[in-house]
Design a protein around this ligand. Structure first.
Ligand SMILES: [Zn+2]
Length: 450
């Protein structure tokens, strides 16, 4: 049975052959892709809705490998700071969040991710103020409402300033509190089934905000429960210095010594890596979520994506938190990834198609879901973006993938997640965009007043 036919569009499959069709079709049967091919779709399939997609490009839905949704309420602050300066200014503001603020921020952030082609996103939530209610639950509710496939991680910080960490003491939790809450979130939310819309990960925040004990216990817990591990690593030169001073080694050596590298782990940033570190990530199958705009916004540096890919490291893309990337557009990260790779490594460092691959198949590998999402192939889940490329900014660009990756963000004609429509004609249809914007504005104002 075919329920939906997307017909007459260019198709970038990102399948094993990386097949692209100048004119092709995609068939959807409920929540799964039923067929993909060149030329027109079979006519008169009984009961199917036909979409005339001439002038459009169909791609796999984009997969966002790193975000902090709550930060949508704290954008535009410390705009000219380094990472450590930016964090120091924002920790006290983040200490005032609660479930209501997070719900509004997450809804707006998720709706905007959808508008920029994202069908699956992670979230790294690591601020849990006392008396702030269930902020992780608030993000899960927001993702259900917007309709994105969601991989939230239960983040954590337990190393306050009085113990040598960067965050102030009042925003950290105790080790026991963190482990108990992490276990609870896995029990409540984690769905291991193949077509899951919701899976939990475990994510202590960074080497300079968590203890060695927390990293060790969190890894044991995640592996015991069969969920994935995530953290920030090797983001800035300041972090390198912190690790040298406190641990006598590099950030990657530190994680390695704690058993934290493996194919069940993905790291945000991984900017400051030497060849040996890249070799260890490759040997262990540890993934990297490359966040080019955030790295540039904070002046952190440029990730060595070409070297990582050559070594065989799984690489995906992330927008990172909205407070260090006010654009928060996943398609924008695709463009940044290819431009940054070439600016750093020359014109052959990355192709436009490879950049799209990072955001699709690459992202699915970070989450261990490459068998289910990340490409347009029969049997995979129907997570599909349909981009309109025949309007003023793109009309006449011969190569549709180049138009999408190198051109300005095109209108998103259709976004399907699990076969359900989330965006149509460049508008989110699951939530009201104006109401989401108004709620986000109120959430920011509430934080400002507290
Ligand atoms: Zn981050």
């Amino acid at each position: 049975m075919t329920s939906l036919v997307i017909n007459g569009c260019a198709v970038a499959t990102v399948n094993a052959q990386r097949a692209e069709y100048a004119a092709g079709h995609v068939l959807v049967d409920g929540r799964r892709i039923a067929g993909v091919g060149p030329g027109p779709a079979p006519a008169d399939l009984p009961g199917a809705r036909y979409i005339d997609a001439a002038g459009c490009l169909a791609t796999p839905g984009l997969v966002n490998g790193h975000h902090h949704l709550y930060q949508w309420a704290t954008r535009g602050m410390a705009v000219d700071s380094t990472l450590f300066g930016w964090l120091t200014e924002l920790y006290p503001v983040w200490a005032r969040i609660d479930a209501e603020v997070v719900r509004a921020a997450a809804t707006a952030a998720l709706a905007w991710l959808a508008r920029t082609g994202c069908t699956t996103t992670t979230d790294h939530h690591y601020v849990f103020p006392r008396g702030g209610g269930d902020v992780l639950d608030a993000t899960v509710e927001a993702a259900r409402e917007v309709g994105l496939r969601f991989h939230p991680t239960r983040g954590s910080m337990d190393l306050g300033a009085s113990s040598g960490g960067l965050p102030p003491d009042h925003v950290v939790e105790s080790l026991d509190e963190i482990l108990a809450a992490t276990e609870t979130s896995i029990d409540r939310f984690h769905d291991p089934s193949p077509s899951a819309m919701l899976r939990i990960g475990v994510a202590p925040c960074s080497p300079f905000s968590v203890t060695r004990e927390l990293l060790t216990e969190a890894a044991a817990l995640a592996r015991n429960r069969g969920v994935r591990l995530h953290t920030h690593l090797a983001e800035t030169a300041d972090e390198d210095e912190y690790c040298a001073e406190h641990f006598g080694c590099t950030p990657v050596q530190y994680l390695d010594s704690l058993g934290w590298l493996g194919s069940d782990v993905w790291l945000a940033h991984a900017v400051h890596l030497d060849d040996r570190a890249i070799g260890r990530l490759a040997e262990t199958g540890t993934g990297v979520a490359h966040c080019p705009s955030s790295n540039a916004r904070l002046g952190a540096g440029i990730c060595r994506t070409r070297s990582l890919l050559d070594a065989g490291v799984p690489v995906g893309l992330g927008v990172d938190g909205a407070a260090s990337n006010e654009a928060s557009s996943l398609l924008g990260e695709v463009r940044a990834a290819v431009l940054f790779a070439r600016a750093a490594g020359g014109p052959r460092a990355m192709t436009a198609a490879q950049a799209l691959e990072l955001a699709t198949l690459g992202g699915s590998r970070l989450l261990g879901r490459e068998a289910e999402i990340g490409s347009l192939e029969p049997g995979k889940l129907a997570d599909i973006a349909l981009w309109r490329l025949d309007t003023l900014p793109h009309a006449g660009i011969a190569d549709p993938v180049a138009a999408l990756v190198l051109g300005p963000p095109p209108p998103l004609d259709l976004l399907l997640v699990n076969g359900e429509v989330v965006v149509e004609h460049d508008r989110v249809v699951t939530v009201d965009e104006e109401r989401a914007a108004a709620a986000a504005r109120r959430a920011s104002a509430v934080l400002d007043r507290r």
